[in-house]
Design a protein around this ligand. Structure first.
Ligand code: GLU
Length: 373
């Protein structure tokens, strides 16, 4: 199953605070981070896109302003994050630079993955970073996130990022090496599950309850993360980061629990487009474009003859032929007003007409689902 990691095109690696920050001294565990960076560079060397989701800002920051180990008030929490995040980003930047790579800090808030417009912007930025060979290092923007509007934990954040970027593998590095049938600390019969193919109530029960001794390792949020990631077509793995070179160990078959996705990220995305989204409008296409779509091409502005309805950028629209028959559905890269202005034109004219350089395609083929038959 380790081929799921070595063979993935795009991998999200989530790193928990307990791995990065020494619990006693509150200091960054630098040698561990150096070793992790080696693993990540090796993955990049194989041509894989790697995105890091890292916790640790609050754990580092609270030590730097001597906030002690007790419960923090919201504003103390946010202050600790503001201080710790600088140190965290600096550490990543240094270890990556020492290996010839550029790190990029990206701080997300809940709305960045839940609101279509912000989602598209965040996705665009991350795609641009990856295209240029940078390694995004993502955390929640804890200094502005209040309890009502936060992911709350980076397991869920990492799963949202995985789905947003169409990643095919999500690795949660944690202080446990996977999901056990019972609490391993207290039950000698507890067994590690190597693979979970379906998240049943029984599996949920194994994760324990939030706040229980067994659940305090965060297994509940990991199962929620698995549901999101697997639903978006990524295999997810929970593995121990307690050792140096944890990704290398995982590639070589270390203990872990895999949550298996049944579809690819593109297939999962297409199912979501075809089945879940309500179309807000339609684009009429000429016969040439209709033929191009059937042969797997994207929909370009040049082949569109009409724009119907009111829709925003990233909204779902129907694609219809000149007789009004639905050919498919997809996510439109322009809002209806801009779409109206560029239809019938060559993609290279878009910038001149709109005053900005958008996508060449009105609907990219990865965002397009054709009606079968
Ligand atoms: N965003 C928090 C931090 O950087 C961590 C959240 C989590 O551990 O899941 O400290």
């Amino acid at each position: 199953m380790s081929a799921r990691l070595t063979g993935a095109k795009r991998v999200i690696v989530k790193i928990g605070s307990a791995l990065l920050v020494d619990q006693e001294t509150g200091a960054l565990r630098r040698p561990w981070l150096e070793a992790l960076a080696d693993d990540i560079i090796a993955m990049r060397g194989r041509g894989q896109d790697v995105v890091i989701v890292s916790s640790g800002a609050i754990a580092l920051g609270r030590h730097m302003i001597a906030l002690g180990s007790g419960l923090l008030k919201l504003e103390e929490h946010q202050a600790a994050a503001a201080i710790g995040q600088v140190a965290l980003a600096h550490a990543y930047s240094e270890v990556l630079a020492a290996r010839g790579c550029v790190g990029a800090q990206v701080l997300l808030t809940l709305t960045d993955t839940e609101q279509r417009r912000r989602y598209l912007n965040a996705r665009g930025t991350l795609a641009a970073l990856l295209k240029r060979g940078a390694i995004p290092v993502i955390n929640e923007n804890d200094t502005v996130a209040t309890s009502e509007i936060r992911y709350g934990d980076n397991d869920r954040l990492a799963a949202r990022v995985s789905s947003m970027l169409g990643a095919d593998c999500l690795v949660l590095l944690s202080d446990v090496d996977g999901l056990y049938t019972a609490a391993p600390e207290t039950d000698p019969g507890a067994e590690l599950l190597p693979e979970v193919t379906s998240i049943t109530p029984q599996i949920e029960a194994m994760a324990g309850k939030p706040g229980s001794a067994f659940g305090s390792g965060g297994m509940v949020t990991k199962i929620e993360a698995a549901r999101i990631a697997v639903g978006a077509g990524a295999h997810m793995v929970i593995a121990s980061g307690r050792i140096d070179h944890p990704l290398h160990a995982l590639e070589n078959g270390a203990n872990c629990t895999w949550f298996t996705a049944s579809a690819t990220p593109v297939a999962a995305r297409k199912k979501w487009i075809a089945g879940t989204l309500e179309p807000c409008g339609a684009l009429t296409v000429d016969d040439g474009a209709a033929k191009a779509l059937q042969s797997g091409k994207s929909l370009l502005p040049a082949g569109i003859t009409g724009v119907i309805g009111t829709f925003g950028r990233g909204d779902a629209v129907r694609v219809v032929d000149t007789s009004g028959t639905e050919l498919g559905r997809g996510l439109c890269a322009y809002d209806c007003a801009d779409a109206q202005r560029i239809i019938g034109h060559k993609s290279r004219e878009i910038e001149q007409i709109l005053g900005y350089r958008g996508r060449d395609e009105m609907i990219h083929r990865d965002d397009l689902v054709l009606v079968k038959g």
